[in-house]
Design a protein around this ligand. Structure first.
Ligand SMILES: [Zn+2]
Length: 435
């Protein structure tokens, strides 16, 4: 089959590396009249339209998106797909939230039909919000993850997911055992890990809901499969942190529990990380583990304010997560807006380029996928979004006043949402309009 070259003319924005400060304009490209050129599924190059227009091969299709903005598809580093149906549930904090809303909702995913139907809605919701990759928790049921992988694979999406391992402090109907969680996770890894663009993450829910035997089994899987990821929660809520100290009296802290079982490594992503000591941040840095920050969830559940200043000081790999259903939106733009506000309350000024870094290339690094997604370097996979700011009148008006690229980016993250996503491309293919 002949290679199909496509060129997209629009404002093109992408980030090369983590910015070294607010004025590090070399960390990114912003071509006001730019061109993104792809072959079937990969980026060929991106640059200035006037410089590149003569280089286009014969037969290349040019898609004129003048007035719109193209950027890499965004990456959500922490989200629960089964909790799609309990988003916006009132009045609880983490531990009661789990008991009241989460566990009863997750029970339904023992049913393959329910899992499939929810997976389809979830993936469509990601794509219409401009999120092309996510790190996702299923439920304790292997069938929930099976359904999610199947549906993600229908779109040839890059998705990282895993079955929740949970053998205590949960209702009986949601518990597995150390052995069954090991066996089922292993079976899923053998079937799905590296199938097309899918990756597996070993997923103990959090240390409280796993016995030591089960955490040990999770560690065994991490050692046995040397490129699966580890995905779990860490230090989200003060009550949770107190319970961890009681449950693991031998530990020196929450992260020490995971470390004891070999779960802290360069493949680990820990969601939240609000209540960590300097010693723990140091350990995280030493082990090259990653953080997923989930501001809409932290505010909604009243969990607390993360300390991005400290995380940046320790140079810990960082991404943003929607954490739906504790989180209140699938939109990574809304997630960036809330991250900015959390930082304001902590006396840290989060720059727009840094925010987009955490939702694109930085997030790709936390998932070990920065060689294949996250920006428009030649050869990377063609996951990108086309944004039409005119679809939100207030945003259109604000952007018309903007003098600098950073102002435009900031307006997008503060005022933007799914209404402005004009098109989403996954692996070079335009996703049909979603309802
Ligand atoms: Zn979560």
């Amino acid at each position: 089959m002949a290679t199909k070259i496509n060129a997209y003319r629009a404002t093109i924005f992408h980030i090369h590396r983590e910015p070294l400060g607010e004025n590090d304009h070399r960390a990114y490209d912003f071509f006001e009249d730019g061109l993104l050129v792809t072959d079937h599924a990969h980026v060929l190059y991106a640059g200035d339209y006037s410089e590149l227009k003569h280089t286009l091969p014969l037969g290349c299709t040019i898609h004129d998106r003048t007035g719109m903005i193209i950027m890499p598809g965004l990456i959500d580093t922490h989200v629960h797909y089964p909790q799609t149906d309990i988003i916006a549930s009132h009045g609880k904090q983490l531990m009661d939230w789990l008991e009241t809303y989460t566990f009863p909702c997750e029970k339904q995913f023992e049913d393959a039909g329910h899992s499939r139907q929810t997976a389809v809605f979830f993936i469509q919701e990601l794509l219409k919000n401009g999120t092309t990759t996510a790190m996702v928790l299923g439920t304790v049921h292997a069938v929930s993850v099976q359904a999610l992988f199947e549906k993600a694979d229908d779109y040839t999406m890059r998705l990282v997911a895993g079955k929740v391992m949970m053998d205590r402090l949960a209702p009986h109907y949601l518990r597995d055992t150390a052995q069954s969680s090991y066996d089922e996770s292993k079976h899923l890894i053998e079937h799905w890990h590296h199938k097309n663009r899918l990756t597996y993450a070993v997923t103990p829910r959090f240390a409280l809901t796993s016995s030591e035997e089960q955490l040990d089994a999770a560690g065994a899987l991490i050692r046995e499969f040397n490129d699966v990821r580890l995905h779990t929660h860490l230090a989200e809520n003060t009550k949770e942190v107190d319970l961890i100290a009681k449950a693991f009296p031998w530990s020196t802290g929450y992260l020490d529990v995971y470390n004891h079982f070999g779960l802290v490594c360069d493949r680990s992503v820990f969601a939240h990380c609000i209540y960590l000591s300097d010693t723990e941040f140091k350990l995280m840095k030493e082990k090259a583990a990653s953080v997923s920050l989930c501001p809409t969830s932290n505010l909604f559940l009243g969990s607390g304010l993360f300390d991005l200043g400290k995380i940046m000081t320790y140079e810990i790999k960082t991404g943003l997560g929607s954490d739906v259903g504790g989180g209140t939106s699938f939109s990574m733009f809304k997630t960036m807006a809330e991250a900015y506000k959390v930082c304001q309350l902590k006396g840290v000024t989060l720059s727009p380029v840094q925010s987009f870094y955490y939702a694109s290339l930085g997030a790709a690094k936390t998932l070990g996928l920065d060689q294949v997604i996250g920006n428009f370097e030649p050869g990377k996979e063609a996951d990108f979004i086309v944004i039409n700011p005119d679809q939100i009148p207030l945003l259109k008006r604000r952007i018309s006043m903007a003098q600098r690229p950073e102002e435009i980016l900031f307006a997008l993250m503060i005022l933007g949402d799914d209404r402005m996503i004009y098109e989403t491309y996954v692996n070079g293919v335009k996703i049909p309009p979603l309802t």
